[in-house]
Design a protein around this ligand. Structure first.
Ligand code: NDP
Length: 480
């Protein structure tokens, strides 16, 4: 049994103000694997005070000093990737291979991109009018991260704070504390000064809200549900904090008949099911040109029926369980809603998949599911399911495809496939989303990640991620 009963504050592992324990459950069996202590507003006060004190000196460090620390952070991260992968797999159910090679590895990928961005970043520039602009760290940052891509999200928030000379308090999802604890150990070993990075476990409405409301916190960066993101914005409003949000999505995937339809449909289904559908930018609405629609349904059904669902402890390219009972019940309810609304069930459906290995019956495994002929007034068109559930619909013209794709409150990513470059650029220009994938290719580490509309604001990663953590200061050239 793993016991996480300390917070990382001011460079030390310290006990919570008042003990309050919560079990850590593993999604593949729902068995308890550990216990984590949850904090309160006094723990947040302690962590913010440490970050505020550390900001006095860390904000004045040179770019070279910060680059040296980041390179050490990369060395230690590389040495702990296996530990991170194992922790992520155990706490949120990503299969071993993916947990190590994609989830854990993202912590390093983002770090290397931030290092490159900081190397290229000019901390001062002279404007055409002769005035001088300098970019300075914003202050103490409150960082709140979710359970679905635990290290990816921590890296996208913690590293730009450290890179710019800001200081921070991290509240990870208390349901995924194992990887967060290892990340704090990595930062400690890399040699960051006390107070620059602080970690407090706890619940959103207590620890998260205390951070968002804290008068000494200058900025909040949040990833999670739209509901919680709007709570963070409200809590932060009284003290006029900068707030960046990375929220939900219902990303469209437009496939024109002149694309490699079989390959793009197969990839689109696999990307929707990846991480058991628990990715904010998953392509969950597949729109296919009518002349290719029947073929697309055939390919999609076959991919779904062959999608292996298995134990996350095993290596392989299967998908694992959903994260917890709340997610399981929510995904079942969404599938039931699809059925109740008369949507055509093409693959999967309610309940657990057949043939699960013995011992996994109590895990949160679901059937990869596809609904066909879904229309915009249906719930599954509009609401994020956060499970391996794809909806498909035909379109007749390019204009209709664009209108259907944009018919959503969200705008995180949009996917499109066509053999015609001019059309790809024309359609990409009109899709209301922060990231466009073309013919199966998305963007790389270091590119901006974030959304239009209710998918949030701000951009994470690389240069754009650094800018979110910087204030702008202007002065005239010196003269007497
Ligand atoms: P939440 O948005 O509740 O959780 C994300 C993080 O926000 C957690 O650390 C959570 O803490 C914290 N939080 C919750 N409420 C507040 C608050 N009032 N103030 C500050 N922080 C808060 O996601 P859920 O786990 O409830 O998942 C529900 C749905 O959200 C999913 O089904 C999915 O649709 C969406 N989601 C989207 C994600 C994305 O990547 N965009 C990631 C995760 C979920 P705590 O753990 O205590 O709740």
């Amino acid at each position: 049994m793993i016991t996480l009963d300390k917070f990382y504050i001011n460079g030390e592992w310290v006990s919570p103000d008042a003990p309050q324990d919560m079990p850590i459950l593993t999604p593949s069996t729902n068995a308890q694997v550990g216990v984590v202590s949850l904090g309160n507003a006094l723990d947040v006060d302690r962590a913010v005070a440490a970050a505020k004190a550390a900001f006095e000196t860390f904000s004045l460090t040179s770019k070279d000093e910060r680059l040296t620390l980041l390179r050490r952070l990369a060395d230690v991260t590389r040495a702990r990737l296996d530990d991170l992968g194992r922790a992520i797999s155990m706490e949120m159910g990503a299969p071993a291979t993916m947990a190590r090679a994609v989830q854990a590895e993202s912590g390093l990928g983002h770090l290397e991109a931030f290092i490159a961005a900081l190397e290229a970043h000019d901390e001062e520039e002279t404007l055409p009018n002769g005035d001088i602009v300098s970019y300075e760290p914003i202050g103490v940052c409150g960082l709140i991260t979710p359970w679905n891509w635990p290290i990816n999200q921590i890296a996208l928030k913690v590293i730009p704070a450290l890179a710019t000379g800001a200081t921070c308090v991290l509240k990870p999802s208390e349901h995924t504390p194992l990887s967060a604890q290892i990340y704090a150990e990595i930062i400690h070993e890399a040699g960051y000064p006390a107070g620059v990075f602080n970690l407090v476990f706890g619940e959103g409405p207590t620890v998260g809200a205390a951070l968002s409301q804290h008068p000494d916190v200058a900025m909040m960066s949040f990833t999670g549900s739209t509901r919680a993101g709007s709570a963070v914005s409200r809590d932060a409003a009284a003290t006029i904090k900068r707030v960046t949000l990375e929220l939900g999505g219902k990303s469209p995937n437009i496939i024109f008949a002149d694309a490699d339809v079989d390959a793009m449909v197969a990839q689109g289904v696999a990307e929707c099911f990846d991480n058991t559908g628990q990715s904010c930018n998953a392509p969950t609405r597949m729109l296919v040109e009518r002349s290719a629609y029947a073929r697309a349904l055939e390919v999609a059904r076959s991919v779904a029926e062959h999608q292996a669902v298995d134990d996350p402890a095993l290596e392989g390219d299967h998908i694992g369980p959903l994260f917890d009972q709340i997610q399981y019940d929510r995904v079942q309810a969404m599938i039931q809603t699809g059925i109740d609304e008369g949507t055509r069930l093409l693959a999967g459906g309610l309940g657990r998949p057949d043939g699960l290995a013995q011992g996994l019956e109590t895990g949160w495994f679901v059937r990869p599911t596809i609904f066909a002929d879904v229309t915009p007034e249906m719930t599954l068109w509009r609401e994020e399911v956060f499970g391996p559930v794809l909806v498909m619909a035909p379109f007749d013209t390019e204009e209709e495809a664009i209108a259907l794709a944009n018919d959503t409150d969200y705008g995180l990513d949009a996917y499109l496939s066509t053999g015609d470059e001019a059309r790809a650029l024309r359609v990409a220009r009109r899709l209301r989303a922060g990231g466009i994938h073309i013919n199966g290719r998305g963007s790389d580490y270091g590119s901006p990640f974030g959304g239009f509309k209710q998918s949030g604001n701000g951009r994470e990663g690389g240069r754009f991620g650094l800018e979110d953590y910087l204030e702008v200061k202007v002065r005239p050239p010196f003269a007497v």
